[in-house]
Design a protein around this ligand. Structure first.
Ligand code: UDX
Length: 440
C-alpha cells in the first residue's frame, strides 16, 4: 500500500519509518527543510532507540522517502496526519494551527477514493470539523481517526506491535471500506491478534485523551499518597506494591517521584480541561486541574528536599554544589519538554545553588533551551565535588551507581532520590544522608 505521512516530528517520523519497515511504500512530508534533509540522510532529529536502524533499512530499500513537497502525497491511498498539537502560547487549549494547515495543504492532492487518517492528539470534535472541511472543498475523500499510544523510548515497538488499535470511522457507505483500508495498513499487527476497537470519530478522539488523563491521574494519585506517607514515616513503594497486587488497580504507573512531564501528558490534560469547559462540561474533568497541581507541586517538593539534604551535611544551599542526575523527562529519551528534571535544576539554580547537571542524552537539548545551564560531560564529572546529589531521571547508569565509589568523588554525602529507584540501605551504609520521596 502507498501511504503518506504528514508531519515528521516524533510521531510522524516513527510512524513513517515503521510503516515502511512493515512493507508499505511511504512518502513522509514536512514543511521543515532541515528536518527533511536530516531524515533523508538517515539521521534522526531526536534520540529514540531502534529508530535509526529502521530508518536506514527503509531508506535503503527504497520504500521510504522524505520530502517538503506535499503534492507528492498524490497517489497514496492513505494519508496520515501526524503533526503536533502543542499547548497554545496564551491558553491551556491545544494549538490546532499545524493540523489545520496540514489538511488544507493536503486537500488539493486528494483523490475521491483516498482515506485521510488523523493520528495527532486533538480536542474532541476536530475530526468532524476536518471531515466537513474536506467535503466542503469538493473532495469525496473519507476521514478516519486512529489515535497513537506510543511511548517515547519505546516508540518503534509500540508502533509495530501496539497493544490495541482504535479506528474512529463515520457511519455511512464508506465505513466498511475505511475499516478494510486500516486493516490492510496494520495487517501485521492484526495477524498477531492485536485487539481492534472500531468506533465513531468522537469516541476515537476521546480514547486517546482519556487514556492519558487516566495515566496522569494514576501518577498524581500515588504522588499525593507519597505526601501522606512522608508525613507519617510510612513507605510509598511498599504501599504501591501492596495496592498494585489488586488486579483492578495494577502496579504500573504507580511509581511515586518527581512526577510526569514530556510532550504529552501535561499538555493533554490541560487541553482536555479547556475543551470540556468549551463544551459546558468543565466540572466533569475539573479533577484533572488538581492532578496537574499535584504534579507541579512535586518539583517544588524535590527542591525543598535538596535544601534539607544540604542542611543535613551543614551546607547552605546558596553555597552548595548540587549534582542533578538527569534532564530528560524520562530515561531513553532526550526530550526536555515540560521535564520535571530540568524544572528542578532551574528551581535550584534560582534558589542560588551551584547547579551542575548531567544527562546521557539530553544535555544538548536542555542547553538549547537554557544556555546558562551548566552541564557535565560525564557522570563522574557531575559527581566530583558535589555537596548534594539529586537523581531526577531514572537512567539505568544512575540506578547502577556504586555508593562506595560515589563517596570517594563527592565533597559531602547527601543524596535525594526523586524517582525512588535507589537502594536506601546501601547508600546509608556508605555514609550518605539518603532522602526518598514518601519512603524512609
Ligand atoms: C505518554 C503515554 O504513555 C503514551 O501512551 C502517549 O501516547 C503519549 O504520552 P510518554 O510521554 O512517552 O507517553 O511517557 P510515559 O512513559 O507515559 O511517561 C510519562 C511521564 O510520567 C514521565 O515523565 C514519567 O517519568 C512519568 N511517570 C511514569 C511517573 O512519574 N511514574 C510512573 O509510575 C510512570
Amino acid at each position: 500500500m502507498r501511504i503518506s505521512v504528514i508531519g515528521c516530528g516524533y510521531l510522524g517520523a516513527v510512524h513513517a519509518a515503521a510503516m515502511a519497515d512493515l512493507g508499505h511504500e511511504v512518502i513522509a512530508i514536512d514543511v521543515d527543510d532541515a528536518k527533511i534533509a536530516l531524515l533523508s540522510a538517515g539521521k534522526t532529529p531526536f534520540y529514540e532507540p531502534g529508530l535509526p536502524e529502521i530508518l536506514t533499512t527503509s531508506l535503503a530499500s527504497g520504500r521510504l522517502s522524505f520530502t517538503t513537497d506535499i503534492s507528492l502525497a498524490k497517489g497514496s491511498n492513505v494519508h496520515f496526519i501526524a503533526v503536533g498539537t502543542p499547548q497554545s502560547a496564551d491558553s491551556n487549549a491545544a494549538d490546532m494551527r499545524f493540523v489545520n494547515a496540514a489538511v488544507t495543504a493536503l486537500i488539493p492532492h486528494l483523490s475521491d477514493s483516498d482515506l485521510v487518517v488523523g493520528k495527532s492528539t486533538v480536542p474532541v470534535g476536530t475530526a468532524a470539523r476536518l471531515q466537513e472541511m474536506i467535503a466542503t472543498s469538493g473532495s469525496a475523500a473519507a476521514l478516519a481517526w486512529n489515535p497513537e499510544f506510543l511511548r517515547e523510548g519505546h516508540a518503534v515497538t509500540d508502533t509495530i506491535s501496539p497493544d490495541r488499535l482504535v479506528y474512529g470511522v463515520a457511519p455511512g457507505p464508506r465505513k466498511d471500506a475505511a475499516v478494510s483500508t486500516l486493516n490492510a495498513v496494520y495487517a501485521t499487527a492484526i495477524a498477531a491478534e492485536t485487539p481492534v476497537v472500531v468506533t465513531d470519530l468522537a469516541t476515537a478522539e476521546l480514547v486517546k485523551i482519556a487514556a492519558n488523563s487516566f495515566l496522569a491521574t494514576k501518577i498524581s494519585f500515588i504522588n499525593a499518597m507519597s505526601e501522606i506517607t512522608d508525613a507519617v514515616g510510612a513507605n510509598i513503594t511498599e504501599l504501591a506494591d501492596a495496592i498494585g497486587y489488586d488486579n483492578r488497580i495494577g502496579r504500573r504507573f504507580l511509581n511515586a517521584g518527581v512526577g510526569f512531564g514530556g510532550g504529552c501528558l501535561p499538555k493533554d490534560i490541560r487541553a482536555f480541561v479547556a475543551r470540556a469547559e468549551e463544551l459546558g462540561r468543565g466540572e466533569s474533568v475539573a479533577f484533572l486541574s488538581e492532578m496537574d497541581a499535584i504534579n507541579k507541586r512535586q518539583r517544588t517538593r524535590v527542591a525543598n528536599l535538596v535544601l534539607g539534604a544540604a542542611a543535613s551535611v551543614d551546607v547552605e544551599l546558596t553555597s552548595a554544589r548540587v549534582a542533578v542526575l538527569g534532564l530528560a523527562f524520562k530515561p531513553l529519551s532526550d526530550d526536555v519538554r515540560d521535564s520535571p528534571a530540568l524544572d528542578v535544576a532551574l528551581k535550584l539554580n534560582a534558589l542560588g545553588a551551584d547547579v551542575i547537571a548531567y544527562d546521557p542524552e539530553a544535555n544538548g537539548p536542555a542547553r538549547l533551551r537554557f544556555p546558562a545551564l551548566v552541564t557535565a560531560e560525564t557522570l563522574d564529572e557531575v559527581l566530583t565535588g558535589a555537596d548534594v546529589i539529586v537523581l531526577v531521571t531514572e537512567w539505568p547508569e544512575f540506578i547502577a551507581l556504586d555508593p562506595e565509589r560515589v563517596a570517594g568523588l563527592v565533597s559531602h554525602r547527601a543524596i535525594v532520590d526523586a524517582r525512588n529507584v535507589l537502594d536506601a540501605d546501601r547508600w546509608r551504609a556508605a555514609g550518605f544522608t539518603f532522602v526518598g520521596m514518601g519512603r524512609p
